[in-house]
Ligand binder design. Structure first.
Ligand SMILES: [Mg+2]
Length: 413
């Protein structure tokens, strides 16, 4: 079997809000085609126009080859050696960041293809099932335009997540810090009160996580602000500090009892080794696409497992990533939960509509996937709609950058 074509779909939710702290509004979806008619799909959480360029750009020298060209004509079943080929061939431009995030979408599609060719679910190629089921947690982040409305919505959504059957939820407490929702602004004390209210509402037995989106500028500020949070019995606190402040992470992770989680933006096992060994976090959160695909995510899981850490994959995308994280979790005993944007509690149409036949939660768990490959397929109508929205956004932007000069009106003196 040979790879014959790669399609990169740049997608955008037509109702997207550039002021929202949510990357589920856009998407890069790749389809890898073969001469035998089999197709694999993958996606990644990265600006989709940048990712498309990373994949389609021509190579101009031996240290910066084209990802697409490196795959065309290759045997798609040689997944791990293709990962190495892409990583090595793109090294001058890649190794980290957007090129690796884009490579992740391709690797995911290759895993889908290989497993489909063998008529097996993907986790069989990641070491086989290590558990009987997968537990998702609900990620909750309403989009409203003031802090009071946010507080009320978050409390309501936490209640609704419980009634949908979830056993755990994470609240985005993001009214503060560099990536806060544009319309929200609140003090650390108000953040504390918000978490307290959610905990009171859902009771003591429900697993609760908190994500503050890099809100605190340094370890000292963070340690002071989160001291009252110790009584909320949090499963973890996610990304409290700027992502490169590994010394700060180590301080926060070792000087107070709430487990610290991070890793959602990282690319490759090498960045995770720094986060785990220098940053001393207790919970590793690889995003399957961003970290470099299922091959690299599994390597990160193995390194985290060897260190006795908990693994909770990040994901903020469509049913494709949910499936990829589910297969990873199925093969990883230390993976406690996977992140999950409930379609019922998510503002993004793209999240809700892009994938048909996605994995369904029942009684708070996902059964091990049974279908071949990732086990999900694209809703073609939705795909076309989101492609059009992305093309329109690009055209609108172009018009803004290059406004058409008006012809002088004729007949005027
Ligand atoms: Mg996060």
């Amino acid at each position: 079997m040979k790879i014959t074509r790669i399609d990169c779909h740049v997608l955008l939710d037509p109702g997207y809000d550039a002021g929202a702290t949510s990357s589920s509004q856009d998407d890069i979806v790749v389809e890898i085609h073969t001469d035998e008619g089999l197709t694999g799909i993958g996606e990644s959480d990265v600006n989709p126009w940048i990712a498309r360029a990373c994949i389609e750009a021509p190579g101009t020298h031996t240290m910066g080859l084209s990802l697409e060209d490196m795959l065309l004509g290759e045997d798609p079943l040689a997944v791990e050696s293709l990962w190495q080929k892409l990583y090595t061939g793109s090294a001058m431009n890649g190794r980290r960041g957007a090129v690796i995030h884009a490579l992740g979408a391709l690797d995911m599609a290759l895993h889908d293809l290989r497993a489909k060719a063998a008529d097996k679910p993907c986790y069989e190629f990641l070491g086989g099932a290590a558990k009987p089921f997968i537990t998702p947690y609900a990620s909750l982040q309403p989009e409203v335009d003031n802090f009071n409305a946010y507080r009320e919505s978050l409390i309501d959504w936490a209640r609704r997540a419980q009634s949908l059957g979830f056993k755990a939820a994470k609240i985005e407490v993001t009214p503060s810090g560099p990536y806060r929702h544009r319309s929200l602004d609140a003090s650390y004390e108000e953040m504390t009160e918000l978490i307290a209210e959610v905990r009171r509402t859902i009771g003591e037995d429900f697993v609760l996580m908190v994500d503050v989106q890099y809100a605190f500028p340094n370890a000292e500020t963070c340690l002071k602000a989160i001291r009252p949070w110790q009584e909320f019995n949090l499963f973890f606190l996610e990304t409290p500090l700027p992502s490169d402040d590994l010394a700060g992470y180590a301080e926060v992770a070792t000087k107070q009892p709430i487990p610290i989680a991070a890793g959602e933006w990282l690319a490759t096992r090498f960045e995770f080794l720094d986060l785990m060994d220098r940053g001393k976090v207790q919970v590793a959160q690889p995003d399957v696409g961003r970290v470099g695909g299922m091959s690299e995510a599994k390597r990160v899981c193995d390194l985290a497992t060897a260190r006795g850490l908990t693994i909770v994959p990040h994901l903020w995308k469509s049913g494709i990533s949910i499936a990829a994280a589910a297969h990873l979790s199925a093969a990883t005993a230390q993976c406690a939960f996977i992140e999950f944007l409930p379609a019922e509690l998510c503002e993004s149409a793209l999240r809700r509509e892009l994938v048909q036949d996605e994995l369904k939660m029942e009684n708070g768990i996902l059964d091990l996937p049974r279908k071949a490959g990732l086990g999900v397929s694209l809703n073609r109508d939705a795909l076309e709609r989101f492609k059009e929205a992305a093309e329109k956004a690009w055209r609108d932007r172009d018009r803004k950058r290059h406004p058409v000069e008006r012809e002088p009106a004729l007949g005027r003196h």
